[in-house]
Design a protein around this ligand. Structure first.
Ligand code: 5FX
Length: 595
């Protein structure tokens, strides 16, 4: 029962059962909001009077109070995500219940920086930056919001976070003393806003470094050799080429730089009040780290700028404790001085953690574009995709391969052939056999990343080019063509199917059972689904917990969001082996222009 006047909200909750609750409902004048499931181990009655500026705050307070009370010692773990458009935070209890979440949206909450989608696009359309100091101000604002909603900072025992990959922050020479001695009477923005030798951070959307990429590849002996050292050929957005560009075009700023952070280690620096080390997984998004030794590659450093090893500082494994929260955060917000900080990582490695895979698992994210993450033990780096350090297991790797033509292409074929209905699309899919009688369809509505081509390509069972397919055949062809490509590229970077291989599907496309059945048949592996909103933030909260508590990450995190088996493979290995071989031929022809 809830009664409210403008300032005070009285909440009477009677919980009369044991075990997992179904969630409480907070009735306000305008809406009924679910406060989320709560574990209650005994019969109890709460009467809480909350003085609050808004009913929304009241709900949040109630949520974390209930959840903190429900967990044995009220411990909370925080995961931050410094992403392109916003900073998000999520707090979870020991039982992985989400106790709190909040965010700051750059364009809306900090309009004075005039960003669009969190960035500035320069007139050349390829130089894309974010004002570094905006991130500091956004972080202040987020902490102030948490404080205003009476977030129990003292209950937080471990923190970690993620940042958009590849973006870089340039700290001016001598500013570490400000970071180490922040006064709790002022905001971080007031004290750090002039500490950056480059005011606008290059971000992952930047594509202005084509010339530097060529130089970096040439310097080490070619794209294959760079790939063999760093796990990726030179990419415009990767930090090595970005640093080389600053060194070439703004030499004074480069020379006046004491430390270069990635967005992730920059955010971690704000937590520990000192320059934070870069974690291995995000460091593999720079073209500067040797993926095998996990040290900076001398050759790559030399190609990008003088004294670069010193400017980058050390790199550490993602699970490492890098310090405690700063005195500033303790004094100003009431953090517990013993609260540990785990290395911050890139957003993609963080999402991998949030989905809690096991060694050898394949994660297929079916969204606007499709992304395949693989947990690899023996990678074979190639010219497409990226091999990165695995954020969960010190000696392992992860690969990340992005395909531009994902759900938009699937939706176009649905609209054209199935009248816009997924039900009809699924019915049509069931009418054709796995393998589609040998036909192969490839649909790149937009220029694909690998292979770098656009257009529609249809081949009949004999491998001859045809102009069209009957509707049912087209429906199967688009799904099979896409998933065969995902499998071929997974094999290219060293993925080997084994009896224990599991596919974890996530994203909008993972809601369609028939599509998932095709995925199971093509990968010859069971498909599980997991729906994890804010997987990067959650992954970081769980990583923080893991650093503090130890144990096996996958076992621990798997309990948070158990995966559900949705499709088991049929016996189509041979059918799809033939189609995969034909897809490889197609890509070869696309590459040498003989299509
Ligand atoms: C990965 O290589 C990317 O560039 C993006 O996914 C960024 O990490 C987005 F933040």
């Amino acid at each position: 029962m809830i009664s409210a006047d403008k300032k005070t909200v009285h909440i009477l909750i009677l919980v009369g059962y044991r075990g997992q609750g179904q969630g409480f409902h907070c009735q306000t004048d305008t809406s009924t909001r679910s406060i989320g499931p709560v574990l209650c181990s005994s019969f109890c009655t709460f009467f809480i009077s909350v003085r609050s500026a808004s009913l929304l705050n009241c709900e949040q307070q109630l949520r974390f109070w209930l959840l903190a009370m429900a967990s044995s010692e009220g411990k909370l773990y925080l995961g931050f995500d410094f992403s392109t458009q916003q900073i998000k935070v999520i707090a979870v209890t020991e039982k992985f219940e989400v106790a709190y979440d909040e965010h700051v949206q750059f364009d809306v909450d900090l309009p004075e920086f005039k960003t669009h989608g969190g960035v500035h696009i320069q007139p050349d359309h390829v130089t894309i930056t974010t004002p570094t100091r905006m991130w500091v101000k956004a972080f202040d604002l987020l902490l102030e919001r948490m404080k205003a909603s009476k977030f129990p900072f003292q209950n937080v025992v471990a923190v970690s976070g993620a940042g958009q990959q590849h973006g870089s922050v340039f700290w001016s020479t001598g500013v570490n003393k400000y970071l180490r001695n922040l006064s709790p009477d002022q905001t971080m923005y007031e004290q750090l806003k002039d500490c950056f030798s480059v005011e606008d951070s290059p971000v992952w959307m930047d594509a202005s470094t084509r010339a530097q990429c060529k130089k970096l590849e040439q310097a080490v002996g070619g794209p294959e050799i760079l790939t063999g050292i760093t796990g990726s050929r030179a990419y415009e957005r990767f930090t090595g080429a970005q640093i080389m560009k600053i060194c070439e075009t703004r030499r004074d700023a480069y020379d006046n730089t004491e430390r270069i952070s990635l967005v992730s280690s920059f955010a971690a620096s704000l937590f520990i009040g000192d320059y934070a080390p870069i974690d291995h997984s995000d460091a593999t998004g720079t073209n500067l780290l040797d993926i095998w030794s996990r040290d900076w590659s001398q050759q790559c450093l030399e190609a990008c700028g003088p004294n670069l090893a010193q400017k980058l500082g050390p790199s550490v494994h993602s699970s490492e404790k890098i310090g405690q929260v700063s005195d500033y955060l303790v004094s100003r917000y009431g953090f517990n001085p013993d609260c540990i900080v785990t290395a911050f990582v890139g957003d993609n490695p963080a999402s991998l953690a949030g989905l809690a895979p096991g060694q050898g698992d394949v994660i297929v994210s079916l969204g606007t574009s499709d992304t395949v993450f693989l947990w690899l033990t023996k990678p074979t780096p190639g010219l497409s995709g990226h091999i990165m350090a695995n954020p969960l297991n010190r000696n392992d790797f992860m690969s990340l391969t992005c395909f531009k033509n994902g759900s938009l292409t699937r939706e176009r074929i649905r609209d054209e052939k199935a009248g816009g209905s997924w039900e009809k699309f699924s019915e049509m899919l069931k009418k054709t056999p796995p393998g589609n009688n040998g036909v192969l369809g490839i649909y790149f509505d937009q220029m694909e990343i690998q292979p770098f081509i656009e257009g529609e390509y249809r081949f009949d069972g004999d491998g001859s080019k045809v102009d069209s397919f009957p509707p049912e055949v087209e429906v199967r062809a688009v799904i099979e063509g896409q998933f065969i490509a995902r499998k071929v590229h997974a094999e290219n970077v060293g993925f080997q199917l084994g009896p224990k291989t599991r596919i974890i599907a996530t994203g909008g496309g993972s809601k369609n059972q028939e599509i998932l059945q095709v995925l199971a048949d093509i990968f010859n592996s069971p498909v599980y689904v997991k729906d994890v909103p804010n997987s990067a933030g959650l992954g970081c909260a769980m990583r923080a917990m893991h650093t503090l508590e130890g144990g096996n990450f996958s076992d621990m995190a798997g309990k948070a969001h158990p995966s559900v088996l949705v499709a088991s493979p049929g016996q189509y290995t041979e059918v799809y082996a033939k189609l995969s071989a034909r897809y490889r031929e197609f890509e070869k022809m696309a590459e040498d222009g003989s299509l």
